[in-house]
Design a protein around this ligand. Structure first.
Ligand code: GLY
Length: 321
């Protein structure tokens, strides 16, 4: 497989229009393979999430942490939407269970929060935020993360909250060897820039289909799956985490962008390099300090949407031709 990086013509135009602006929410619904019957749902879901995030951003005006509230609103919507591999709709482990990961970072003080390998958690984004705001730690895992959530009253737990017929079918297909399980990763995420120019990046995932219990991907790992600071900007990774982690993908993307190439070219370069070296499906979204927006993927599909104050929402499922 040697797929080229994708950023459709309409996507590029939309991204270019977002340059040098403030008050925006950029959302993705995962780099991977979207089943045909879910493609429309993926586009609608990412657009809805971007709209919800922007509405929250506008509602909060120039209040502190408007960007945090905006990404939570967007990612909550994606987690609650069964079309995506996060929250309700998450994929199963090799034991047919659910273990989810999420990570958040805000630029104004570089605070981060993440949770990993948490069983049967429907809204991992909320628990990651609680780790950032209500603990002295940056990453909590497994039972400890669940106990923290229960102590804080954050997070809804229960297999029935995550289970979907889609996930059950994919698990059965993987177990019987009917479908390859490679490159069946995706993730959801959102980056917001608020009116103060602060950035926040948040990703959430069910991980990769048929993963070993206890496996953790890039999504809850700072620098690999998510990053935001006031100097470099913000980025999120999606796709097969093992391929992204070795490159510390998000930090590497932003470091390259800041060296002069910009976030779009840096995202394209990094996707191509990772895909060339590993063959894995990967993707990134990024927002530079100046509000420049970038998106690239090397995968069959990636859904995304951009909502910016004063502009119509744009979004698409970009496809490997
Ligand atoms: N990017 C999601 C994962 O690898 O878990």
């Amino acid at each position: 497989m040697n797929r080229s990086t994708k950023a459709s013509a309409s996507g590029r135009e939309a991204l270019a229009r977002a340059e040098n602006s403030r008050g925006l929410v950029l959302v993705h619904g995962g780099a991977g393979t979207n089943a045909f019957e879910l493609q429309e749902a993926a586009v609608a879901g990412t657009r809805r999430a971007a709209a919800l995030g922007l509405a929250r951003l506008v509602e909060l005006g120039d209040s502190e942490d408007a960007c945090v509230e905006a990404v939570i609103a967007a990612v909550r919507s994606l987690e609650d939407d069964p079309a995506f591999n996060a929250g309700r709709g998450a994929c199963m482990t090799a034991l047919g269970e659910f273990e989810v990961d999420a990570g958040i970072m805000r630029s104004r003080d570089r605070q981060t929060g993440a949770v990993a390998s948490v069983r049967e958690l429907a809204n991992a984004c909320e628990l990651a935020r609680a780790v950032m705001e209500r603990s002295d730690h940056a990453l909590l895992v497994g039972d400890g993360a669940q106990r923290f959530g229960e102590a804080c009253g954050v997070g809804r737990f229960g297999r029935e909250l995550l289970w979907t017929d889609k996930a059950q079918q994919r698990f059965e297909q993987a177990r019987s060897g009917q479908t390859p399980i490679d490159n069946r990763a995706d993730t959801v995420g959102a980056i917001a820039m608020d009116r103060r120019g602060h950035l926040c990046a948040l990703g959430s995932t069910g991980g990769v289909l048929f993963k070993l219990p206890g496996r953790v991907g890039d999504t809850p790992l700072i620098g690999a799956g998510f990053y935001a600071d006031a100097t470099l900007g913000a980025a999120l990774g999606t796709g097969v985490g093992e391929a992204i982690m070795g490159r510390v993908g998000c930090y590497e993307l932003l470091r390259r962008a800041a060296s002069g190439v910009g976030v779009q070219a840096a995202a394209e370069q990094l996707c191509q390099e990772i895909h060339r070296d590993t063959g894995a499906a990967v993707g990134f979204i990024a927002v530079g300090r100046d509000g420049t927006v970038g998106m690239a993927h090397c995968s069959a599909h990636m859904s995304w949407a951009l909502a910016r104050e004063g502009h119509e929402i744009t979004g698409a499922l970009t496809v490997d031709p």
